[in-house]
Design a protein around this ligand. Structure first.
Ligand code: ZN
Ligand code: ZN
Length: 103
């Protein structure tokens, strides 16, 4: 986590690969794009975890993008109002990496 050099508040990712202070308008160029990516990954994970408790999920033949294991748990989540298609989520049975199916 990065902090503002002016007021010490938290810096959050802003447009154009910048980090900006939440309180004043101080901003810096993000040094590591990796860090930004991590934040996004984490946000995604939390969003997914909230939906369902593990365990009862059925397994399916789906290749893990991380470890190439060919079996994953899956479940679906209705994202918004009922007219939207369900989003499918997968969790690798081996490394527990989670991802969603955009197709
Ligand atoms: Zn600040
Ligand atoms: Zn895996």
């Amino acid at each position: 986590m990065d902090f503002c050099a002016k007021c010490g508040s938290i810096l959050v990712p802003k447009e154009g690969k910048k980090l900006g202070c939440v309180r004043c308008n101080y901003s810096i160029k993000a040094k590591e794009t990796v860090k930004l990516k991590e934040t996004v990954e984490k946000a995604k994970k939390i969003e997914i975890i909230d939906e369902n408790p593990m365990k009862a999920y059925p397994k399916t033949k789906e290749e893990c993008p991380k470890c190439e294991n060919r079996e994953a748990y899956f479940w679906t989540v209705q994202t918004r109002a009922g007219d939207e298609a369900e989003t499918r989520f997968f969790e690798c049975t081996k490394c527990h990496h989670r991802w969603r199916d955009y197709s």
